[in-house]
Design a protein around this ligand. Structure first.
Ligand SMILES: NC(=O)C1=CN([C@@H]2O[C@H](COP(=O)(O)OP(=O)(O)OC[C@H]3O[C@@H](n4cnc5c(N)ncnc54)[C@H](OP(=O)(O)O)[C@@H]3O)[C@@H](O)[C@H]2O)C=CC1
Ligand SMILES: O=C(CO)[C@H](O)[C@H](O)COP(=O)(O)O
Length: 472
């Protein structure tokens, strides 16, 4: 007898917490996991939290499906990629017309588009949903980015809005467009997350290598910054990470963590999508590159032996400059992320609501910050082609870019790498330079490939009369 309002497959970190969140919001939820012992663990956890009455555990997939009321909504929260397709294949023979799959992992947006088309041909609905907020967000309110057919969204809307984070009472959950729109927006969220994290790490590098600060002193600065314009979840947790002590040695934990960053793909996908759409996203690309360089620990050790240890001279910068530089870098990185969203919206016909996206990122997600409230207000006014041209942000950048410049210069002289902050500065300088240097590039392209150029004093494409270099 079907008794559950919704079903969920995949009881790892995200799935189990989402299921508890759904149960706590008064919905009965059927749960299933490939490894059955995880279902028992989950039920024990639900019991501890007084939510087991709202949970229908089913180790058998067919019985799990039958436990969900029709038309069924089934959330899949398993490892992204092939496991999602395998899960869909296992579900398909037992689903009926009108049922829907809500795929909530970090899936590539083109996979979501493909899955939607495939399931549509079988009369099964599909929503590709980006969920952000990690373990705590999933349990108490994540930010939820929905893509797919609007009717399916309407069916799922009450549950998704109920479980989402709230900012001033507004749900951080929205329908963003057809096909892969939800997962595209989540991908850009993660690209921005990479940029934020890398710029914070670089700022810590300036404190450590340029200002000789220990982790406890750096932690205090991040805690102070969290009271100002940089107020955000990532700045807040940075303070906690820096002040943590490893109990066995009594040393700062951060100094014992191996300096190799992991990555699961969403940052790289953002960089690729930006390149494919011809939108410069250099800060995000820099952040992805920084993780890749970090993973080459052995090569870095060998290179340091070959070139000598960086001089790590005292940087002549203030903490105020550092704060402003981080703010400036962050504005550039968000400007790039939103520019990619804007172009994708045009290219894929999604009509992405940029103000709404900034709004639903104000709470619940990893990049939540005070700054996003200001950004959503700017996009709500309309007419913003690039965040760098929005009056509020022009005002901030007019001063903040000077600090960014000082910090990047200090990094270059002091020999500590600022791959993301320097990429942000270079983008800013390129974006605001009315007379660039592509005139020379165009001359070269015409020289070797007769690609043509435009002259500023006349109409139409022109070619130069170039000397032959053959035989020289
Ligand atoms: N962790 C996080 O902070 C966040 C994660 N996400 C995304 O959410 C999704 C779930 O993440 P997370 O909770 O960390 O779990 P994992 O990505 O670690 O995936 C583990 C889950 O996938 C199941 N699984 C793996 N392979 C298969 C398969 N072939 N068939 C059936 N089930 C399979 C596992 O089942 P079993 O127990 O049997 O191994 C388990 O339930 C991922 O797409 C992730 O990228 C999104 C936001 C934040
Ligand atoms: O989606 C997330 C947060 O928003 C996940 O935590 C994701 O795993 C982060 O990406 P990576 O593992 O590549 O750092």
């Amino acid at each position: 007898m079907a008794s559950a309002d919704i079903g969920l497959i995949g009881l790892a970190v995200m799935g189990s917490n989402l299921a508890l969140n759904i149960a706590e919001n008064g919905y009965t939820i059927a749960v299933h996991n490939r490894t059955a012992s995880k279902i028992d663990d989950f039920v024990a956890m639900a019991k501890q939290q007084g939510l087991d009455q709202k949970v229908v555990p089913e180790a058998d997939l067919v019985q799990f499906i039958q436990a969900v009321k029709r038309p069924r909504s089934i959330i899949i929260m398993v490892k992204a990629g092939k496991p999602v397709d395998e899960m869909i294949e296992q579900l398909l023979p037992h689903l009926e017309a009108g049922d829907a799959i809500l795929e909530c992992g970090n899936s590539l947006y083109t996979d979501s588009q493909r899955r939607y088309e495939y399931l549509k041909s079988k009369n099964i609905g599909f929503l590709g949903i980006g969920v952000s907020g990690g373990e705590e967000g999933a349990r108490h309110g994540p930010s939820i980015m929905v893509g797919g057919p609007e009717q399916q969204w309407k069916n799922a809307q009450p549950i998704l809005e109920a479980i989402s984070a709230k900012f001033n009472g507004e749900p951080c959950c929205a329908y963003l467009g057809e096909g892969g729109a939800g997962h595209f927006v989540k991908m850009i969220h993660n690209g921005i997350e990479y940029g934020d994290m890398q710029m914070i790490a670089e700022t810590y590098g300036v404190m450590r290598d340029g200002l000789g600060m220990n982790p406890a002193a750096a932690a205090k600065v991040f805690k102070d910054w969290n009271q100002g314009p940089l107020n955000s979840y990532l700045i807040e947790i940075t303070g906690y990470v820096l002040e943590a002590i490893e109990p066995r040695t009594g040393k700062p934990l951060v100094e014992l963590i191996l300096d190799k960053a992991g990555q699961k793909g969403t940052g790289t996908w953002t960089a690729i999508a930006a390149q494919q759409l011809a939108v410069p996203a250099t800060a995000i690309e820099g952040a992805v590159a920084a993780r890749s360089i970090s993973s080459r620990k052995e090569e870095r050790v060998a290179a340091e032996a070959a070139y000598g240890k960086p001089s790590a001279g005292k940087a002549d910068v203030s903490l105020d400059d550092l704060e402003q530089a981080l703010l400036a870098g962050k504005i550039v990185s968000y400007a790039q992320g939103f520019a990619v969203l804007s172009k994708a919206s045009e290219e894929f016909g999604w009509n992405l609501p940029l103000a709404t996206i900034a709004k639903i990122w104000r709470a619940g997600c990893i990049i939540r910050s005070r700054f996003l409230d200001q950004m959503s207000a700017a996009y709500a006014k309309g007419g913003a082609t690039n965040l760098l041209m929005v009056p509020d942000f022009v005002t901030i950048m007019q001063d903040a870019h000077k600090s960014l410049r000082k910090i990047v210069a200090a990094g270059a002289i002091g020999e500590f790498p600022l791959i993301c902050l320097s990429a942000s500065l270079a983008y800013f300088d390129s974006y605001r330079q009315a007379q660039g240097t592509a005139n020379l590039t165009q001359g070269q392209r015409d020289f070797f490939g007769a690609h043509g150029f435009i002259l500023t004093d006349r109409e139409g494409e022109q070619h130069g009369k170039w000397p032959s270099t053959l035989g020289k």
